[in-house]
Design a protein around this ligand. Structure first.
Ligand SMILES: *Cc1c(COP(=O)(O)O)cnc(C)c1O
Length: 374
């Protein structure tokens, strides 16, 4: 039976080789440049290691939500192009511009703030973001002419370099995404008329990049899929040729033989049906294991599959393992690569009424990440 090293209470192993392989696979599949999205600490996998692994797989640029995340990549030694697209009101772009971070620009005001951050010899790289239906940030189509004209002027005088035009899709349906794509294409025409010729145009995240080939436009922004998770409800990682990079595990910390009718965890929501063995796993909602999945989340111990018994607590959960010969120190796996027979983040998402994105992203800072590569 697999055992963790002595002294390890919990860990998430991060297979950076899987991230590299996923990016390589997705580049080939989409035939497009890949902007690897490493926001939210690389969806919980570690931003710097995920960035390095994605670049190794052929990604040419990194995407993050905010400037703080972009600066953390630079501090971690990542010097590849990075674009950040969500800014505080009145944000000061000076520090970001100083280390060559590109800015997603969603308004006329942000455009002016970006150009104000330019230094004499260094224009600020920007990606102009169009609103095409999602109802989030972005330049409204009716404002595009004015904003693009000013962007073109600022580019001519050396303040800005317009690296890209982009938008983001709803994935509500293929028809909805095609409608957004048409709005985007029209805006590309407006940009050309204003004198802009950005080298990159990007609208597809993982879902559209895989499912809607006409959305690829030669450049795609991939997040969840590079970590080996599926953006679809009806296709899993294996179906897509992806390898989940994160495995969440802990050693069984205690076992207890109990009689029938024994209550388990707060509120006694679960009572044993017969004499059985309870195994204690030291992972709880403080570690990001969703309490919502109490009584339902899958756990693999010694190759056998069980469910969480009763409520998930802050630091621990209990598994009813019946008469299986489970011992203290045996490895319990909450999720990993389903093709290896392990439960998946998708199953935890279903048990908690959420999506796999949230499962990996919320794994907390108390869980040490151990980098491996296969
Ligand atoms: C998070 C994000 C992505 C990545 O989305 P995935 O579905 O994880 O591939 C791409 N673009 C933007 C603007 C995002 O916010």
């Amino acid at each position: 039976m697999s055992r963790l090293p002595a002294g390890v209470l919990r860990e998430a192993t991060i297979d950076v080789g899987a991230i590299t392989a996923n990016v390589r696979h997705l580049r080939r599949l989409t035939g497009s440049e890949v902007i690897a999205v490493v926001k939210a600490d690389g969806y919980g996998h570690g931003a710097v290691r995920s960035a390095v692994a994605a670049l190794e797989g052929g990604a040419t640029r990194l995407g993050v939500a905010d400037i703080g995340e972009a600066l953390a990549l630079r501090r971690g030694g990542v010097m590849a192009p990075v674009v950040a697209w969500l800014h505080a009101p009145g944000a000061n772009f000076g520090e970001a511009a100083g280390v060559g971070i590109e800015l997603g620009i969603s308004s006329f005001d942000q455009l002016l703030q970006a150009s104000a951050a330019a230094s004499v010899d260094r224009p600020v790289g920007v990606h102009l973001k169009l609103e095409t239906g999602l109802g989030r940030n972005g330049i409204a189509p009716e404002d595009a002419g004015v904003v693009f004209a000013e962007a073109a002027r600022l580019e001519r005088i050396g303040k800005l370099r317009v690296v890209g035009l982009f938008s983001h899709l709803s994935n509500a349906s293929a028809d909805d995404d095609r409608a957004a794509l048409r709005i985007f294409q029209d805006a590309l025409g407006v940009a050309a008329a204003a004198g802009l010729a950005p080298p990159l145009r990007h609208i597809a995240a993982s879902h559209a990049a895989i499912a809607l080939p006409e959305s690829r436009l030669g450049c795609v922004r991939l997040g969840v899929s590079i970590y080996g998770l599926s953006p679809f409800d009806d296709r899993d990682s294996g179906d897509l040729g992806l390898r989940p990079a994160m495995t969440l595990r802990a050693p069984v910390a205690a076992v207890r033989r109990v009689p029938a009718g024994h209550g388990v965890s707060y509120g006694y929501d679960y009572r044993t049906e017969r004499e059985t063995t309870l195994a204690l796993v030291p992972l709880g909602y403080a570690d990001g294991v969703p309490r919502q999945a109490s009584g339902a989340g899958p756990v693999s111990i010694g190759g056998a599959r069980f469910r969480v018994a009763g409520r998930i607590a802050m630091d621990q959960l209990v598994v009813d393992v019946g008469d299986h010969p489970v011992a203290v120190g045996d490895e319990a796996v909450l999720f990993g690569d389903a093709t290896l027979g392990l439960p998946s983040a998708d199953e935890w998402a279903a048990a908690a009424s959420t999506i796999n994105y949230e499962i990996v992203t919320r794994i907390g800072p108390r869980v040490p990440r151990r980098q491996v590569s296969s």
